[in-house]
Design a protein around this ligand. Structure first.
Ligand code: IYR
Length: 225
């Protein structure tokens, strides 16, 4: 390797093989209890939970370790209302004016989604996730970022996992276009809104579409060569 500063691996913990298998199985059992939810309770969630989960997301691997992400956590009711209004404008174009096209609307039919997004106001937290085209490791740097979508996607996966582990539910929401998020969250133009994550407790009568429970079996998603 080229010369660079380093330290011995600081916190790796090796597990016995039996323990390894047990933990891998236990993780699968736990993560398969994660479901995307579209019906939220207004019950408050402490800000410190959101902070810890965002810190967990911030440990994700990223291109050149530039960490090209920014998380805007929105708990303010007026801001949530404005996001709902702007998102529903795009969703009306998508569903009602049928901008989505037949094939896309057909694909969504088993999920039962429509242009109404009340959860954007009801859930205690919305997290606007932004992908930074420029940045670097130091605050204020303006270097080119690399593998931006891959990096932000992985960090978002960490965030969803952390929130699930904390006993919360999430919805990955992507109104299209969602440039309105930049203005509302006060983010610069070189940041692309990546996703809006809705976070909270599920409503008591929350349901999941049967379609969403159909996860592909191992043979369909993996091969061992
Ligand atoms: N953004 C829309 C449409 C939508 C698209 C896909 I692909 C989904 O998996 C779910 C919804 C909405 O939020 O309704």
């Amino acid at each position: 390797m080229r010369d660079h500063d380093s330290v011995p691996l600081p916190d790796y913990r090796e597990l016995e093989q039996a323990e390894m298998i047990a933990r891998a199985d236990a993780f699968y059992e736990e993560i398969k209890r994660r479901h995307t939810v579209r019906s939220f309770s207004p019950r408050p969630v402490p800000r410190e939970v959101i902070e810890a989960c965002i810190k967990a997301a911030g440990t994700a691997p990223s291109g050149a370790n530039h960490q090209p992400w920014f998380f805007s956590a929105i708990g303010d009711p007026a801001t949530k209302r404005e996001i709902r209004e702007k998102a529903e404008i795009e969703e009306r174009a998508f569903y009602v004016d049928r901008k989505a096209g037949e094939a896309w609307l057909d694909a969504l039919a088993p999920l039962g989604t429509d242009e109404q997004k009340p959860y954007l106001e009801i859930a205690p937290w919305l997290i606007g996730i932004f992908a930074q085209r420029r940045g670097g490791v130091e605050a204020g740097e303006e270097r080119k970022n690399y593998y931006i979508a891959e990096s932000v996607g992985i960090a978002t996966g960490f965030l969803i996992n952390a929130l699930h582990s904390s006993g919360l539910v999430t919805l990955t929401h992507t109104p299209k276009p969602m440039d309105f998020l930049n203005r509302i969250c006060g983010r610069p133009d070189h940041e692309k809104p990546f996703m809006l994550l809705v976070v909270g407790y599920p409503a008591e009568d929350a349901t999941v579409p049967l379609h969403a429970l159909r996860k592909k079996p191992l043979e369909q998603i993996a091969s061992f060569i």
